[in-house]
Design a protein around this ligand. Structure first.
Ligand code: BTN
Length: 283
């Protein structure tokens, strides 16, 4: 993977028209923030083949080995109020879902707010960070990590999964445990990371355009909920005021999860305040 190969696939208007590619870097989010401080244009895309200090949410590390995954961050400069920024991660989750489907045929689902899962395991995580000026947003960095062609994960990541592993499992379930069918190797082989990257930013340009026009998730809610792994699931909400249980019914226009509690009251759950257990049983 290099800038030339990625650019060849790109058909976007502004997202990823300028690419900063690194064989190895600490974190594409950190680099995008550095570039944001230097005033590079909106739509600049930082991509790394390998991250030595990949960052996950809640201070976790993000496993980012060379040659297998997509580790990238887009620089955005939205004219939005800060409280509208967190929903950009929901928009991105939807775009990634659609792009993966288009390139690989695989159906990933969204674990609210923005993990992509298959068979109860995580294939993609999204980390959005922003810089705030006194009266406006300086910039937003939208970091996306996708496990694409890994064939295994370290023991300490029991919930991690890759698109290639999911494809192989799907082929085996069609061809039987022996995997004798000759389609196995080709169909469950390596996916083109360049193609997936290009399709993601095409989908994102469209979805983000809708989000900016409406100023909320109303124009994307139907599509988002169609991919929502939590839909109808029992969830436990770990709020600072105490833990409670309910069933997820969808998302609000603001992007919060709608959960009906055991008393029958529909409550809005904010990702900044709580963790939601369910789908693969971790928070
Ligand atoms: C999560 O914890 O689910 C979020 C993971 C986000 C990982 C991506 S990889 C590209 C970008 N650079 C980082 O350091 N993190 C994000």
């Amino acid at each position: 993977m290099d800038t030339k190969e990625i650019s060849k696939c790109m058909r976007t208007q502004w997202a990823g028209r300028s690419i900063a590619f690194f064989e190895e870097i600490d974190s594409t989010n950190t680099m995008a923030k550095r570039l944001g401080e230097q005033g590079v244009p909106e739509g600049t895309l930082v991509i790394a083949d390998c991250q030595t200090g990949g960052k996950g949410r809640r201070g976790r590390e993000w496993f980012s080995p060379a040659g297998t995954g997509i580790w990238m961050t887009l620089l955005l400069k939205p004219r939005l109020l800060p409280d509208k920024v967190s929903a950009i991660t929901l928009v991105a989750a939807l775009s990634v879902c659609k792009a993966i489907r288009r390139v690989t045929g695989l159906e990933t689902m969204i674990k609210w707010p923005n993990d992509l899962v298959m068979n109860g395991k995580k294939v993609c995580g999204i980390l959005t960070e922003m810089s705030l000026e006194p009266d406006h947003i300086g910039y937003v960095v939208l970091g996306i990590g996708i496990n694409v062609n890994q064939t295994e994960f370290p023991e300490e990541l029991p919930h991690a999964w890759s698109l290639a592993m999911a494809a192989r499992e799907a082929v085996l379930s069609v061809t039987g445990e022996t995997g004798q069918d000759e389609r196995t190797e080709t169909e469950a082989g390596m996916f083109s990371r360049e193609e997936i990257i290009a399709r993601i930013w095409e989908c994102f340009e469209e979805d983000y355009g809708i989000y900016l026009r409406t100023g909320d998730m109303s124009g994307l809610r139907g599509q988002y909920e169609a991919h929502l792994a939590n839909l109808g699931c029992a969830v436990r909400v770990l709020a600072p005021s105490g833990e409670w249980a309910g069933a997820a019914e969808g998302i609000a226009d603001s992007g919060e999860l709608l959960v009906r509690d055991e008393a029958g009251v529909l409550r809005m759950v904010n990702s900044g305040e709580v963790s939601v257990r369910g789908v693969y049983g971790y928070t």
